[in-house]
Write a protein that binds this ligand. Sequence first.
Ligand code: MN
Length: 252
Amino acid sequence: MKILVSNDDGYRAEGILRLNEALKPLGSTVLVAPDRNRSGASNSLTLDVPLRVLESEPDVYYVPGGTPTDCVHLAISGVFADEFDLVCSGINDGANLGDDTLYSGTVAAAIEGRFLGLPTIAFSLCVEQGSGRHFGAAARVARSLVARLLEAPLERGFTLNVNIPDLPYEQLRGIRATRLGGRHRSEAAIAVADPRGRPMYWIGPAGVGQDAGEGTDFHAVAQGYVSVTPLQIDLTRHSALQTVADWLKPLV
Ligand code: MN
């Protein structure tokens, strides 16, 4: 079992180092990740400049300026002679719940591995201010999920989005299969001034959970359960196909 490990927080982030260590007993790992924090990079590819894949230590590589998707794409598309069997991304320093999955580089790195034919997994630790940053507990959860996947493979071609409450391992209540919930609208952009008094803006924080009831990822994590959501890539709103077909009729 050859496991590709990536993330969006950068190759020296605590979460990816913990994940990489935790997975080593299950197979051989190769870590390929951005050189810096690229959180929020989503599925972006770098197409305007060539990229370098530099070795930091054996089986640990970083890509200066690269996005998470760049890292996984390059790793599974010819940089390495061997094929990978699985992509694991994370452990992200922060939750990736509901709408976060659209922006997340952590989830994007896992999604980029979908061509491998095995499920790929994104792990996120739901860190909040002062919550303790229990990356060790999250790494144990990650290892048991990957071990389960090796023992009982899932069907081809989807991504598991795993969110782990930021609690000591003993305080985790269990694990739940969930659907994505949704957030309220983000908070307003935060204006700051540059040294010449010109305005600049920080993107404001994500909104709190709105669609966060029973069955959602938000609910599971709030109750102390690890949340596991199977994702799909097809964004088609199948239930609206007929409505749109009818709406288009005067035009065809
Ligand atoms: Mn991140």
